[in-house]
Write a protein that binds this ligand. Structure first.
Ligand code: MN
Length: 240
């Protein structure tokens, strides 16, 4: 039996826009969990080609990066909004919609949870520090935290898929985001929040695995078995 194939969009996101780049921890932990990554450059621009590779894949992973174009949820850009890549947005939104329609497993991380919510009709808080009163320090790098270090805790909703996978009601997570879900898309369920009310995880109920997290489990999974289980449960769903 071959490993489940997981499609991951591969963006250009270096400062000089010269190289494709994707954190290796996404890929390595997916492989460690038994999955086979298929990296598709976001500059491939034919919807039919994305669709063909999507059909070939057993699951989809959406990763971190710059902000989603706010015009996709009907807003002007906030001054702090950065790194917009419309091509990537369109590819990832299509993948998120297809995966929901087909009940193909989708694991969405950081920017990925934001893409998921916009793809299904929701909106984003464009800049937590200036638009969310009492916001916790969600931008860990500005507070000197390493990628694997916890920045804040989350409260996990009982009875959710996330609660089942993590196995705890309160969990410490890292945090490298300045945006978050604002208006929740219809059908999505909140699976975790930070103490300041920021949505940290969502899922679509009664799907094989349709889960988004606002933190970066790929950077904690080497030290944390609960974070690794997010990858292994995802790959198990892709295999099923
Ligand atoms: Mn956070």
């Amino acid at each position: 039996m071959t490993s489940p194939r997981v499609l991951i969009p591969l963006p250009i996101q270096d400062s000089e826009q010269r190289r494709f780049s994707l954190g290796k921890n996404y890929v390595n932990h997916l492989i460690a969990a038994g999955g086979l990554p298929i990296l598709l450059p976001t500059t491939a621009n034919a919807l039919d080609d994305w669709r063909a590779l999507y059909v070939y894949a057993d699951g989809v992973m959406l990763t971190g990066g710059g902000d989603v174009d706010p015009s996709l949820f009907g807003e002007e850009a906030h001054p702090a909004t950065y790194g917009i890549d419309r091509q990537r947005d369109e590819m990832e939104i299509a993948l998120a919609r297809w995966a929901l329609q087909d009940d193909k497993p989708l694991f969405a991380i950081c920017r990925g949870i934001q893409v998921m919510n916009v793809a299904l009709g929701g909106s984003l808080i464009q800049d937590l520090p200036t638009q969310w009163a009492g916001a916790l320090p969600h931008s860990g790098s500005q507070h000197g935290l390493e990628r694997h270090e916890a920045a804040h805790s989350i409260s996990v909703e009982p009875g959710t898929r996330l609660a089942h996978v993590l196995g705890a009601a309160h969990v410490q997570v890292n945090s490298f985001h300045h945006q978050a879900i604002n208006r929740l898309a219809e059908g999505l369920r909140i699976a975790a929040r930070a103490a300041d009310g920021v949505i940290e995880a969502v899922e679509f109920p009664n799907k094989r695995y349709y889960l988004g997290v606002q933190w970066h489990p790929e950077d904690m999974a080497a030290q944390r078995a609960d974070m690794m289980r997010l990858f292994s449960a995802f790959v198990a769903a892709c295999r099923a």
